[in-house]
Design a binder for this molecule. Structure first.
Ligand SMILES: [Zn+2]
Length: 182
């Protein structure tokens, strides 16, 4: 009897732990689950339009954002414009590494924050941001003024776009830099 009880309790704890850890990938029909631990590609094939950049697979973006990214690329292609995803989804860990690198490059957390946000603040971690290259393609998206839900957000990052369904009504005013968004 005692053995059975112990087994039952162990089983309950094991099942409970499974649910506690929970899914880290988006579940259709469930309100936006935490995407912070979802890893995106660190790199990809060289961008055919400009060899200084890469063209990552858009893995890890929030479901609706991924759909919007594919739509954006299709609409652009219909007008003869190609674009590369130089950076998209990052996990919290990937973002921290980027931030640490920026602190080394720029010399302080304050300066680094103008270009790379912390994992808590980054929209790349939330899976709603895309760095579009080359800049000629990025400016095509910018000229659309949110027509497809994508807006440039920062004056100092002409490549950085974020998706929000409400942007189809026009882009919000740009912020000077990422630091200003906190
Ligand atoms: Zn960005």
């Amino acid at each position: 009897m005692r053995t059975t009880l112990t087994l039952l309790v162990t089983l309950l704890i094991a099942v409970g732990a499974l649910f506690y850890i929970g899914p880290t990938t988006p579940v259709p029909g469930v309100a936006y689950v935490e995407l912070v631990n979802v890893t995106g590609d660190d790199t990809g094939p060289t961008c055919p339009l400009d060899q200084r950049y890469v063209d990552e697979a858009p893995r890890g973006l929030r479901d609706d954002v991924l759909a919007a990214w594919n739509t954006l690329k299709a609409k652009a292609a219909a007008e003869g414009v190609s674009m590369c995803l130089n950076d998209g989804k990052r996990s919290s860990q990937q973002q921290q590494a980027e931030f640490d690198g920026a602190v080394r490059r720029f010399g302080s957390a304050e300066q680094a924050s103008k270009y790379v946000l912390t994992p808590e603040a980054s929209n790349h971690v939330k899976g709603i941001a895309a760095d579009i290259q080359p800049l000629a393609s990025a400016s095509w998206v910018e000229r659309g003024n949110g027509k497809f839900g994508w807006c440039r957000r920062y004056q100092n990052e002409p490549w950085h776009f974020e998706y929000d369904p409400s942007y189809v009504n026009g882009c919000p005013p740009m912020l000077p830099n990422a630091l200003a968004s906190r």
